[in-house]
Design a protein around this ligand. Structure first.
Ligand SMILES: NC(=O)C1=CN([C@@H]2O[C@H](COP(=O)(O)OP(=O)(O)OC[C@H]3O[C@@H](n4cnc5c(N)ncnc54)[C@H](O)[C@@H]3O)[C@@H](O)[C@H]2O)C=CC1
Ligand SMILES: CC(C)CC(=O)C(=O)O
Ligand SMILES: [Mg+2]
Length: 363
């Protein structure tokens, strides 16, 4: 029986997770698949109850599972803790221990959301790109120092990559480009950073193995601008950890909201992790208004990548499209530009997706 470890976490994490699990239950029934689903503590919740953000038992269970579904971690309650004990440390720990070196963040603009966007329809209609972010190296994992000098505090965060770490993510970029539209944008800051210069050299060397792939080097600041100016020029974007983190939050707004973007973190082992790209959204936690679609779509990615249930994954994506087509919007997607918008809460949005999947949807 496939084993799924569920880590709801903090803030809106538990709220959006409930909706994704409702969808998983329906899919399990429809495909006669029995999933073993167990919940484990992580993040701030785990600090409060067990004294650490990533308890050993949580990590052990994740390592023994086929897939992990994570909500989000963190929040103001834990903001004053030192770096090593913060909820976010659990995320980095999971990514490192589960060896999840790649993070796939698909940026797909759903047609029903185009009209309401503040961005011109011709810019965003049909956007379907994939950000491949390196996930276990770079500045988030480098050595940090903080010393007191005569002139005050002096701090450093180190960006380190080995050739091997860069090669494997760049290779994934090329392989993915081959399966899609044979276009790869490699994003770096090679005009300044040594790590980026080596990154770019690896891309150029590897490009010889993939003569069909059209390779474009883009400096990260320019890429941030181009994503808004003309996102359709991109198909697969491959980049290092922090650049990918920032660019994908930016790209999420092309889709209407950060609450729409799912992700899959895949590595060298059997277990993979799936999570929305957003955080715990403390500003709206407990209000029942969070958008659960990024988590529901992360579940769809799990079904596709971990369980090869491509049809079920497509069914979920189509159900999301159907609900949006019918005018339903959580607050982050709602706009007074469209009068027919039907404002829904987190639970209602999950219920609507379930109704479509069950063929019980009445708009
Ligand atoms: N994967 C994770 O667990 C992540 C955790 N974090 C943590 O989350 C906490 C909050 O971070 P922020 O910078 O505020 O980023 P955030 O992504 O949690 O929120 C940014 C803004 O987007 C909105 N938002 C996010 N998800 C939404 C959803 N599903 N539906 C509707 N609106 C949504 C929030 O209300 C907020 O206004 C911090 O402690 C941060 O470290 C941040 C990013 C990722
Ligand atoms: C702890 C951070 C690296 C989380 C984050 O912003 C992300 O992974 O998107
Ligand atoms: Mg982020």
């Amino acid at each position: 029986m496939p084993k799924i470890a569920v880590l709801p976490g903090d803030g809106i994490g538990p709220e959006i997770m409930v909706e994704a699990l409702k969808v998983l239950k329906v899919i399990g029934e429809q495909y006669h698949m029995l999933f073993e689903v167990n919940e484990y503590p992580v993040g701030g919740y785990a600090i409060d109850h067990f004294g650490e953000p990533l308890p050993d038992t949580t990590l052990e269970h994740c390592l023994q599972s086929d897939a992990v579904l994570l909500g989000a971690v963190g929040g103001p309650k834990w903001d004053d803790l030192p770096g090593e004990s913060r909820p976010e440390k659990a995320l980095l720990g999971l990514r490192k221990e589960l060896k999840l070196f790649s993070n796939l963040r698909p940026v797909k603009v759903y047609d029903p959301l185009v009209e309401a966007s503040t961005i011109k329809p011709e810019v965003i209609q049909g956007v379907d790109l994939l950000v491949i972010r390196e996930l276990t190296g770079g500045i988030y994992f480098g050595e940090r120092t903080k010393v007191m000098t005569e002139k005050g505090i002096k701090v450093s965060d180190t960006l380190t990559y080995t050739e091997e770490e860069m090669e494997r993510i760049i290779r994934l970029g090329f392989e993915t480009a081959m399966k899609r539209n044979k276009k790869l944008a490699s994003v770096d800051k090679a005009n300044i950073l040594e790590s980026s210069r080596v990154w770019r050299k690896i891309v150029n060397t590897m490009a010889k193995e993939y003569p069909e792939v059209e390779v474009q080097h883009v400096l990260v600041d320019n890429c941030a601008m181009q994503l808004i100016r003309n996102p359709k020029q991109f198909d697969v974007i491959v980049t290092e950890n922090m650049f990918g983190d920032i660019l994908s939050d930016e790209a999420a707004m092309l889709t209407g909201s950060i609450g729409m973007l799912p992700s899959a973190s895949i590595g060298t082992e059997k277990v993979a992790m799936y999570e929305p790209i957003h955080g715990s959204a403390p500003d709206i936690a407990g209000l029942g208004i969070a958008n659960p679609l990024a988590t529901i779509l992360s579940l769809a990615m799990m079904l596709k990548y971990s369980f090869h249930m491509n049809e079920a994954a497509t069914q979920i994506e189509q159900a999301v499209d159907h609900v949006l087509q019918a005018g339903y919007r959580t607050k982050d997607l709602a706009t007074n530009k469209i009068e027919s918008t039907k404002l829904t809460g987190t639970k209602e949005m999950g219920d609507l997706v379930v109704q479509v999947l069950k063929g019980e949807f009445i708009s």
